[in-house]
Design a protein around this ligand. Structure first.
Ligand code: A3P
Length: 308
């Protein structure tokens, strides 16, 4: 157990990964009780890897396809946009922090829509047997650990009162390098899903935040096809990309007010969204240390994911 991780809550190690206690209880309950169905889709990610973006995209892709198919039309551009009135994390709730969370049992939403979209931050090894072995598809998003660290640091500090000092970056960096962060270690988390996706590409799609930023059309088209909801023209993909842009979501009233499951302001999920923000926060030595860890972990596993 680590007390007051980054000045906030205690973290507990379970089966090689770190959790806040109620999220660990939620994760254990989900592992035993979550019955995945063949047409379910499970989005998985480490916090601060682009989860909110991916949730927005997945909901929009599904909704666009449903509107086009059920109304038997070629263009669903007039379809009501669910993102206008819903915080993306309410559209695809997190299993361990809401659905199976012991502190929120009374608020469990009943997921009736088909296909059901779920989300989790747990490592691959903590998924339920049916999530792993049914036809349920899994979409995983990963991001450069240096940017994940910086994004996480801002996120955690957004819980502080204005008069409180931010948690020192040097200490945050140190614990991140040791793998001590919620749902960490980073590299083991990424490797668990990545290796599995190589063995079963029809079941698991792994995306990278950087690829999505660099080539949104290509990556979002790939995502839609994987979900079995391929686009029929470029207008569709372009419309969905612009509906889910950071600038648009950040400006929406529904994402500006209130708090998310984590207790943090909804607005803290929308920050800069750039690749390489770590350059403004990490020294060359810090960069080298994190890259070296990535090199050892990923090269050792024969994967070219994140190392220079
Ligand atoms: P930064 O803190 O680097 O800006 P998560 O959703 O997994 O919590 O990740 C949050 C990160 O994704 C934040 O990164 C946030 O700004 C960025 N983000 C949120 N919505 C986004 C969007 N629609 N497009 C691109 N990035 C987005």
């Amino acid at each position: 157990r680590v007390e007051k991780w980054w000045g906030r809550f205690d973290l507990y190690k379970y089966d090689g990964f770190w959790y806040r206690l109620d999220l660990l209880e939620g994760a254990i309950a989900a592992k035993s009780n979550f019955q995945a169905q063949d047409d379910d889709v499970l989005l998985s990610s480490l916090p601060k890897s682009g989860t909110t973006w991916l949730k927005s995209l997945m909901v929009s892709i599904m909704d666009n396809h449903a509107a086009r198919t059920f109304n038997n039309i070629n263009d669903a551009k007039d379809q009501y946009d669910l993102l206008e009135e819903n915080f993306p994390h309410d559209l695809i709730p997190c299993m361990e922090s809401r659905i199976f969370n012991p502190l929120r049992a009374s608020e469990n939403p009943t997921l009736k829509a088909q296909p059901r979209l779920h989300h989790t931050h747990v490592p691959y090894s903590m998924l339920s047997e049916s999530a792993k072995n049914s036809g349920c598809k899994i979409v995983y998003i990963a991001r450069d650990p240096k940017d994940v660290l910086v994004s996480l640091w801002y996120f955690v500090n957004s819980a502080k009162k204005p008069e409180e000092e931010p948690y020192p970056m040097e200490d945050a960096f140190d614990s991140f390098c040791k793998g001590v962060h919620a749902f960490g270690p980073f590299h083991d988390h990424v490797l668990g899903y990545w290796k599995e996706s190589l063995a079963r590409p029809d079941k698991i799609l792994c995306l990278r935040y950087e690829d999505m930023k660099m080539n949104p059309r290509g990556e979002v088209t790939k995502l839609a096809s994987f979900l079995g909801r391929p686009f029929i023209n470029d207008d569709e993909v372009d419309r969905i990309i612009s509906r889910c842009s950071l600038e648009r979501l950040k400006g929406m009233q529904v994402n500006k007010e209130g708090r998310a499951d984590s207790g943090l302001p909804k607005s803290s999920f929308f920050r800069r969204g750039v690749v390489g923000d770590w350059k403004n926060h990490l020294t060359p030595e810090m960069k080298e240390r994190l890259d070296e860890i990535a090199r050892k972990k990923f090269q050792g596993a024969g994967l070219d994911i994140y190392y220079p």
